[in-house]
Design a protein around this ligand. Structure first.
Ligand SMILES: [Zn+2]
Length: 45
């Protein structure tokens, strides 16, 4: 799965968020915070 913020491929799911019923995973706490502040920008269509 890809980190929606930095587009890096992420293998572990330790850092994840749910948005509109979809799961997103992140390479770092930093990326997760960016996503959580503005999920609609990164969640795609
Ligand atoms: Zn990232």
């Amino acid at each position: 799965m890809k980190d929606p913020v930095c587009k890096m491929e992420v293998l572990n799911e330790n850092l994840r968020s749910m948005y509109k019923g979809k799961k997103y995973i992140f390479c770092s706490v930093n990326c997760k915070e960016i996503f959580d502040k503005n999920p609609e920008r990164y969640a795609g269509k």
